[in-house]
Ligand binder design. Structure first.
Ligand code: MN
Length: 291
């Protein structure tokens, strides 16, 4: 097994100030993960130098995810939002580079929100132009740019791996990869197998989340099919556990993702279980391609 296994910071804390970052690093390390996925919704106030010192001491790797908002929507037709979005993405690349990370992922291509209608052709082209520039800035920083495929209530640009592949063709930049998330796949895809194989060559990052975003194995996601598909696809990239509960609240994040329910209250237990769950599944499918 060569995949790096990570944990999303929202399992541990609702903010990325000094105290929050420490809690994320400590929780992730104690639960047995290799890497922290830092929620970098606001990369401006973040002290990357102080965080790097905490991170280096822990021995953990790091990557960062974000989601653009209405005011930073590069796939809109509003010049000020497009400019603000590009500036935010540039800043995120700089911050993650200072932290030593190699994957900037999430809803990096548009606003995470329930849109009132489909994306316009012009909006789509605007976003693609920005992403081409960000992809090159990321490449220079030894970093991959990932596009997370999310459900219809969170994006109007693409909601399935097949649609994301078409979007990727339009971008036409090999430093942009597809980021699949089992929570979103469970809503939009016909099965958990085909999308992984179809996007195998372009797959750069994985989120593992349950159907209700709680404990892995306690919802309706067909993880057996998904992990088999990863093995057959020969996926060697990062795999991150993502879960949210109303116990850990980031005001922006929780409201954006509609986290109203308390699905767990012991993050340490949740994290440990998720770390075992993911590693056990990967181990179980390791020999599939030899059979
Ligand atoms: Mn996700």
């Amino acid at each position: 097994m060569t995949n790096i296994i990570g944990c999303h910071g929202a399992v541990w804390a609702g903010s990325i100030d000094d105290e929050g970052f420490r809690a994320m690093v400590e929780g992730t390390r104690k639960a047995g993960f290799d890497m922290l996925e830092l929620p970098l919704l606001d990369p401006y106030g973040f002290d990357a130098k102080a965080a790097r010192a905490i991170l280096d001491e822990s021995g953990l790797g790091i990557n960062a995810s974000l989601a653009l908002s209405y005011d930073t929507d590069i796939s809109s037709e509003r010049p000020e939002a497009i400019a603000a979005g590009e500036a935010l993405l540039e800043r995120a690349v700089d911050v993650l580079h200072d932290l030593g990370g190699h994957y900037l992922i999430g809803v990096t291509y548009g606003a995470l929100m329930k849109h009132a209608g489909p994306a316009t052709e012009q909006g789509r082209r605007n976003g693609i132009e920005v992403l081409r520039r960000i992809a090159e800035k990321a490449r220079a920083a030894d970093m991959v740019l990932g596009l997370e495929v999310v459900n219809r209530y969170e994006s109007n640009l693409f909601n399935t791996a097949k649609e994301a592949l078409a979007y990727l063709d339009e971008i036409d930049n090999d430093n942009v990869k597809i980021h699949l998330d089992t929570y979103h796949m469970n809503i939009e895809e016909s099965d958990m197998f085909g999308p992984v194989l179809a996007s195998a060559d372009k797959l750069g990052y994985i989120h593992i989340g349950e159907s209700h975003r709680g404990y892995l194995g306690s919802g309706s996601v067909d993880f057996d099919s998904f992990f088999r598909a990863l093995a057959i696809a020969g996926y060697t990239g990062p795999i991150t556990f993502e879960s949210f509960s109303s116990v850990v609240v980031d005001p922006g994040f929780s409201n954006m993702l509609a986290i109203w329910r308390n699905l767990w209250d012991d993050a340490d237990d949740l994290g440990r279980e998720a770390n075992y769950f993911i590693r056990n599944k990967l181990r179980a499918v390791e020999t599939i391609t030899l059979q």
